[in-house]
Write a protein that binds this ligand. Structure first.
Ligand SMILES: C[S@@+](CC[C@H](N)C(=O)[O-])C[C@H]1O[C@@H](n2cnc3c(N)ncnc32)[C@H](O)[C@@H]1O
Length: 188
């Protein structure tokens, strides 16, 4: 059977960030000042933000793409089908933007152009292990920190407590097969 890496793909537009990961992300970036969770969903990230943080959530009648204001930090797991619109709006309304996403999202020519035109730079990419509740794919998950005016180097980090080691395979016997057998298995 042909290998299909995305055959169980589901949109991440509604997938909530697990609480433990949400807490670790907020601890890692430690947002201060005026903070906005632009699409809070169940509030798993929002509940760890400083008191008084603002929020939007389209299902509760607050469309972030219509939100007007200025904050110091926006931190969220955005709807992945709306990255371009969310990123553009976030960079207009916040000096710091942290998005949890598969990091391929920010390496397209269009995204890099958007970031540069907004006078932002990528300050940090914090690698994150893919939660089991997220749509699985071969793409690396990360929390990307963009900052207005940043022209320095990109810091590559890992979330505290995460080693980056691969999780055990579902079928360890398959992993142990010799390479020649794997090749014939993947033939169409
Ligand atoms: C991937 S979920 C993540 C929820 C939450 N940020 C978290 O990390 O657990 C994305 C959320 O964005 C919301 N959403 C989608 N479009 C939106 C918009 N234009 N304005 C505000 N929220 C939106 C969805 O309803 C959903 O709750």
């Amino acid at each position: 059977m042909r290998y299909q890496p995305n055959r169980d793909y589901r949109s991440n537009d509604e997938v909530q960030t697990p609480l433990e990961l949400a807490e670790a992300l907020v601890a890692h970036f430690a947002p201060t000042g005026r903070v906005l969770e632009p699409c809070r969903g169940d509030g798993n990230i929002y509940r760890f933000l400083p008191a008084g943080a603002d929020w939007c959530e389209i299902n509760e009648g607050r469309d972030f793409l219509k939100w007007v204001g200025q904050v110091d930090w926006i931190i969220t797991n955005p709807p992945w089908s709306k990255i371009r619109a969310f990123l553009g709006h976030a960079m207009t309304h916040s000096a710091n933007v942290v998005f949890l996403l598969t990091i391929n999202h920010i390496w397209t020519k269009a995204r890099i152009r958007d970031i540069q035109r907004a006078n932002f730079g990528i300050r940090e990419i914090c690698l994150v292990e893919m939660p089991v509740t997220f749509p699985q794919s071969g793409f690396q998950l990360g929390a990307v920190h963009l900052q207005r005016g940043w022209q320095g180097e990109i810091r590559l980090s890992r979330l505290a407590g995460q080693t980056g080691a691969e999780r055990p395979r579902k079928n360890p016997q398959k992993a142990a097969l010799p390479a020649a057998v794997s090749v014939s298995e993947s033939a169409p």
